[in-house]
Design a protein around this ligand. Structure first.
Ligand SMILES: *Cc1c(COP(=O)(O)O)cnc(C)c1O
Length: 478
């Protein structure tokens, strides 16, 4: 009896088949019902683990019991991020074929960090880095790494900048970082983690289109140089999280070159729009960056857990991550000769190349271009139609995020828009989130999921109209 238990972790083919079949049926049921499910179910209605539904003990459970627990306690509460009706924050989606990549990655358990352990996994990662580097227009000598997401990618890029520009205890208090209030908070967090919190951080004003004002940027750098400060780093957005706007990358690139600053572009959300013609036009200048990040789990529709960091000069990336690697400084220029573990703080890591490679290989990158083109069109469509039903809109979208708010004749606009978002979230059929731009409570629709099509966008427009009709918006709110 005891002996038999030891073999449980090595299921027989028959047992495996039962597990696979049941799990697949569960998955199919979820996917086939997705369009009928809410995009949001208020998580406050579920217990915060007080009844410990997921508790582990010595008892074993059957797969049926486990799957029904997941159905009730996991799939339903909170945000349904697999749904096309989710237009909150920055959706991604979770394409099915990525799950197949993850399946093979997990059962083969390939060691993706070190070349000799898995040349296949490392070659695959290098090929994906090459593909993204081609997209941004890096030609030779670059390096990159597949990360768990944009925050860690930003962290690696900023650490690389710090080492490349020799920021240290002797110059840190004179050193200046330039960004805007549209920068993602992971930049602030990276600055703290890598010990740059004593730098001077200049938040450069944004213009009426929410893009960094480059005249003010240059003026500030010149002033800082006059008082003997050390201008070090510019962080620009290529698709801001709030509004999807792209900073003037060419102008910023010129300024960075002229004054010898490190130029970092956060393209976590916007980067893969480079697959489209319109995206290429709007992201012109991206290749001027010294480092770039992008998130395949956003605009490449992968499940969460996928980021990319690219660095123009691989030697800087190596320098930032070296453990005992002075011997590598004159190594081959070809990025193929480096293992991922030499280019990031991670050693053992998820073989996350396969979940990205398999869908790209299966469908070709043109398929992704078509989907992203659809998002650009839908954002334009939503922008003009939400205006028609009476909302004030933010800047014309550079990419696929639209900001909007209702301005009542009387009373507080912030209160009214807060009311609107509450109504949408209580309804749950579609989901959007809000932000604060220039001090104003603002609604936003982020049309990014591969499952968001015209029908979902129309559904959001209908719900917004219904709310406006329900509430007599001419009376002041209490
Ligand atoms: C989402 C996002 C990030 C953070 O990426 P994660 O993958 O969530 O860690 C950073 N910058 C921008 C502009 C983003 O949209």
């Amino acid at each position: 009896m005891k002996i038999k238990k030891l073999f449980l972790l090595e299921e027989s083919p028959k047992e495996r088949k039962e597990l696979v079949d049941k799990t697949l049926i569960f998955g199919e049921h979820f996917l086939n019902n997705l369009s009928h499910l809410n995009a949001y179910n208020d998580p406050s209605k579920s217990n915060l683990n007080t009844d410990r539904k997921f508790a582990i003990n010595e008892k074993s459970s059957g797969i049926d019991e486990i799957l029904s627990l997941l159905e009730e306690e996991l799939l339903s509460p909170g945000l349904n991020t697999a749904s096309g009706a989710n237009m909150g924050y920055i959706p991604g989606g979770g394409i099915f074929s990525s799950a197949l990549g993850d399946y093979i990655a997990a059962i083969s358990n390939k060691y993706a960090g070190v070349f000799y352990a898995s040349p296949g996994a490392v070659n695959m990662e290098n090929e994906l880095i090459r593909w993204t580097a081609d997209l941004v227009g890096y030609s030779k000598g670059y390096g990159g790494n597949l990360t768990s997401g944009g925050s860690i990618a930003n962290l690696i890029a900023l650490l690389t900048a710090k080492k490349a520009k020799n920021i240290n205890i002797r110059n840190i208090e004179r050193t200046v970082i330039y960004c805007s209030h549209q920068s993602h908070h992971s930049i602030q967090r990276a600055i703290n983690i890598i010990g740059l919190e004593d730098c001077i951080i200049r938040y450069i004003d944004i213009d009426s289109e929410l893009r960094m004002n480059t005249e003010k940027l240059e003026k500030q750098i010149v002033e800082d140089l006059k008082i003997d400060l050390n201008p070090f780093l510019i962080v620009a957005n290529a698709g801001s999280t709030d509004a999807g706007m792209i900073d003037p990358l060419c102008d910023i690139g010129k300024i960075a070159t002229q004054y010898s600053l490190w130029f970092h572009i956060d393209a976590a959300y916007g980067g893969f729009y480079l697959l489209t013609k319109r995206g290429q036009k709007r992201l012109k200048g991206i290749s001027l960056a010294d480092s770039i990040i992008m998130d395949p789990h956003k605009s490449l529709f992968l499940p969460y857990g996928s980021g990319v960091v690219l660095v123009k000069n691989i030697n800087n990336l190596i320098k930032a991550n070296q453990y005992s690697a002075n011997y590598m400084q004159d190594a081959n220029e070809d990025s193929n000769s480096y293992s991922p573990s030499q280019l990031s703080p991670e050693l053992s890591k998820h073989f996350r190349g396969l979940r990205m490679w398999l869908p790209l290989k299966l469908y070709g990158h043109n398929t992704f271009e078509h989907y992203l083109d659809e998002k650009l069109n839908l954002a334009r469509y939503f922008y003009s139609n939400v205006k028609k039903i009476g909302f004030e809109v933010g800047p014309k979208p550079d990419l696929s995020i639209v900001t909007f708010r209702f301005l009542p004749k009387n009373g507080s606009a912030d209160d009214l828009n807060r009311f609107i978002i509450k109504e949408i979230q209580n309804n749950g059929k579609v989901f959007i989130s809000s932000t604060t731009i220039n001090g104003n409570f603002t609604l936003r629709a982020a049309i990014v999921s591969f499952r968001t099509h015209k029908i979902e966008v129309d559904s959001l427009l209908n719900i917004l109209s219904e709310i406006l009709n329900k509430k007599d918006i001419t009376t002041p709110l209490r």
